[in-house]
Ligand binder design. Structure first.
Ligand SMILES: Cc1ncc(COP(=O)(O)O)c(C=O)c1O
Length: 386
């Protein structure tokens, strides 16, 4: 791949490139201490366990959780969301969610409903891509077991008013579960201040880690069941899965290399923060939005204001199917974007793009002015059909 001309604007799918130094340091540490964490009383296994535990602590701090909030690792946000949804609901329960959800929430909910286990209701969103806290409140019933919402839409980029929704949930005594797949790393998150009872994260997006590592953080009093059972390295005589955290929600050997890499990328993010990376990303996003707005024949979705927004712009070129624009951007301009339905079909239903999909430009910490200028120029040529 010729990285000098290649422009990557699909960071909401996964960030690319990864900070190479972080991966290198993680690999070196893994080669040094790569025993099985919490399995074995020898020094190396203990060192691996300590390294894992340090990353748990750092992630808790990063998300504004107290030290006693269990942090359980898994493969990604999908894995964590399945654990939260299936581990918290009982037959007869009701769940409140939104039409902004990714399939990693919609599908577990639909499967559980098809099995006759739960009912759920979804709140809509307004023309600017925001869910109203009162719309959530209106859906809560006596049987509602949890409210689960997507913090930042992977299609529209809008950031939901979590603090207000958290307040409603706290007053109603219902746990609020937050999917921070798109927001983690892109904007600050404060789990405790927002009364979030469960949070699902994935390591490979704006947290800048590798694929295959993610997890969840929960309030220590959240009554959650294990949904997978197996080895944990502790309580081995017990023929049932241990109830101690974090093991209750972890089964099998952890992804030590992924955890170490995530720890390294967190350090890198703190370093970037001192250089104001979030402001820089949003400034570039604003330039992209303004540039696209000036082009005749381009429709933008939910980008009128970029307040409460992650660095992501979704649009369409009139007269084109989104996938065709993506193919031209790739083939003629060497620009990578995401097209199609972005695993969030209900958003597309509501913005009228179910048939043709939409084109998503999503920025990351390695994008620069030249990338944005090239994207605007390419889109202008496509819209003018030149
Ligand atoms: C909002 C949202 N939730 C969940 C996910 C699932 O993340 P993962 O594929 O890492 O499990 C994504 C991925 O695109 C997402 O955008």
């Amino acid at each position: 791949m010729d990285n000098t001309t290649f422009i990557y604007l699909d960071n909401a799918a996964t960030t690319y490139p990864k900070p190479g130094g972080c991966m290198q340091r993680a690999l070196e540490r893994y080669l040094e201490i790569g025993a099985s964490p919490s399995r074995g009383g020898y020094d190396l296994a203990r060192e691996a366990e300590i390294a894992v535990s340090e990353v748990r602590d750092r992630l808790r701090r990063f998300f504004g959780a107290d030290k006693d909030y269990p942090l359980c690792f898994g493969g990604n946000a999908t894995d964590a969301l399945n654990t939260l949804i299936q581990g918290l609901t009982e037959p007869g329960d009701h769940v409140v969610s939104t039409c902004l959800e990714h399939n990693s929430v919609l599908r577990p909910l639909n499967h559980l409903r098809a099995q006759g286990r739960i009912e759920f209701d979804l709140a809509g969103f307004d023309a600017n891509g925001f869910v109203g806290p009162n719309d959530i409140a209106a859906l809560i019933r006596p049987q509602t077991r949890m409210v689960i919402i997507n913090h930042a839409s992977n299609v529209l980029g809008t950031v939901q008013p979590v603090a207000a929704i958290g307040e409603i949930c706290r007053n109603a005594g219902i746990p609020l579960i937050l999917d921070v797949s798109q927001s983690a790393g892109a904007i600050p998150i404060d789990m405790k201040a927002w009364h979030v009872s469960g949070l699902a994260f994935t390591g490979h997006k704006s947290l800048l880690g590798p694929t295959g590592i993610g997890g969840l953080i929960i309030h220590p009093d959240l009554p959650i069941r294990s949904i997978r059972f197996g080895g944990t390295g502790i309580d081995s005589a017990n023929l049932f899965h241990t109830q101690a955290f974090p093991y209750r929600l972890e089964a099998g050997t952890l992804n030590l290399l992924g955890i170490l890499a995530l720890g390294e990328s967190l350090s890198y993010l703190y370093e970037l923060e001192t250089q104001g990376y979030r402001m820089k990303e949003m400034a570039l996003t604003e330039q992209l939005r303004d540039g696209l707005l000036k082009i005749d024949g381009i429709d933008l979705y939910a980008a009128k204001s970029l307040e409460n927004h992650i660095p992501l712009i979704t649009c369409n070129v009139r007269g084109y199917v989104a996938a065709d624009v993506g193919a031209i951007l790739d083939g003629d301009f060497n620009i990578a974007v995401r097209t199609g339905l972005h695993c969030a079909p209900l958003v597309h239903e509501r913005i009228g793009t179910s048939l043709n999909g939409a084109i998503r430009f999503s920025l990351g910490v390695f994008n620069n002015q030249a990338h944005i200028d090239a994207a605007i120029s390419a889109m202008s040529m496509i819209a003018r059909n030149t």
